[in-house]
Design a protein around this ligand. Structure first.
Ligand SMILES: Cc1cc2nc3c(=O)[nH]c(=O)nc-3n(C[C@H](O)[C@H](O)[C@H](O)COP(=O)(O)OP(=O)(O)OC[C@H]3O[C@@H](n4cnc5c(N)ncnc54)[C@H](O)[C@@H]3O)c2cc1C
Length: 291
């Protein structure tokens, strides 16, 4: 019996999509198809779906806005869990609680409407709350770990609350990347009356980022330096493999000009190897490979 039939027999109401295209649901715009994508409507339903998939030994992966992932090419006989139906938002004093599927834009608008500041540095980062909390998204000195109070995730089929300390945050990393589905995040901001002006400044700064299909920064910045500068110094700006190239504007961005994740993956390996040979520094990937 196919995954689709097996799933539908158990969950009649949950929205599903067969032959789910990774290229259409990621900012890099490459990759193949998954047998099925499912979109649970509540945290409880997400937990039920995960328990079922585990019990049936069906492989699965999580997808937010798809802004930091490199999907595999070809067909994958597994299930993509999407969170876009978990879009609840609430505010209490200077705290905001958001569902994993809330987009960065929705979060910022909601914070501004409630005069809660502290979210402005995240303006313009393509993300969902779940993806941002898993990746510890941010810029320069401000990351999710600076504003998260707690994260709710699913462990062994049950909802569990993670205090900030339990999230295991470090540079572009958290415990959630080990397979824990995030369903909601509580943030703490500060009451502010200059949110619009701050947001505009952050958005203006982002206009300098390269255009084209990318995953944002490919590599984590090594201690005390920028990965982009390192790659540029190694003379790799513009380097091309198949239909992928290192951006000539920002060397930490890889731009997809076709639809081959293999080209992008090969280019990443070549960049890593050349930087290693020339500088002795091993670049760590920021992007996540799915499935
Ligand atoms: C043009 C561009 C600019 C960018 N600029 C920045 C920037 O300034 N700062 C920055 O930090 N990032 C930046 N990024 C990268 C990206 O926006 C962030 O990493 C963001 O947090 C990804 O969120 P997402 O919802 O798209 O996650 P996805 O890319 O969908 O997923 C990322 C990882 O999180 C996992 N995941 C997703 N949702 C969940 C969930 N609910 N529970 C558990 N795991 C989950 C996925 O399985 C995957 O491993 C940029 C990307 C692009 C394309």
């Amino acid at each position: 019996m196919g995954i689709d039939t097996l799933f539908r027999e158990k969950f009649l109401r949950i929205q599903t999509e067969r032959n789910f295209s990774f290229a259409l649901h990621t900012t890099i715009g490459s990759g193949g198809t998954a047998a099925l994508a499912v979109s649970p409507e509540s945290e409880e339903e997400t937990a039920e779906v995960l328990s079922f998939l585990k019990m049936q030994k069906i492989p699965y992966c999580f997808l937010g806005a798809g802004a930091n992932v490199l999907p595999k090419d070809g067909f994958w006989d597994g299930v993509v869990i999407r969170f876009h139906k978990l879009r609840f938002l609430s505010a209490e004093k200077n705290r905001i609680t958001a569902g994993a599927g809330v987009t960065g834009g929705m979060l910022l608008d909601f914070a501004a409407a409630h005069s809660i500041g502290g979210f402005e540095p995240f303006a313009g980062i393509p993300m969902t709350v779940g993806g941002g909390a898993a990746m510890n998204a941010g810029i320069r000195n401000t990351h999710f770990s600076d504003i998260v109070v707690f994260v709710d995730g699913i462990v062994d089929g049950k909802l569990r609350r993670f205090s900030l300390d339990a999230c295991g945050y470090s540079e572009k990393n958290s415990v959630f990347l080990q397979g824990i589905a995030i369903t909601r995040v509580c943030f703490q901001g500060v009451i502010s009356d200059c949110i619009a002006q701050n947001t505009a400044e952050y958005l203006t700064a982002r206009k300098r980022l390269p255009k084209g299909k990318s995953m944002g920064c490919t590599f984590v910045n090594p201690q005390g330096m920028y990965a982009g500068e390192l790659i540029e110094k190694c003379g790799l700006k513009g380097l091309q493999v198949g239909k992928a190239h290192v951006s000539s504007e920002h060397a930490n961005f890889i731009i997809n000009d076709g639809n081959s994740s293999q080209d992008i993956s090969d280019l990443i390996e070549i960049v890593k190897e050349k930087v290693w040979r020339q500088t002795g520094i091993l670049l760590r990937e920021e992007i996540r490979r799915i499935p």
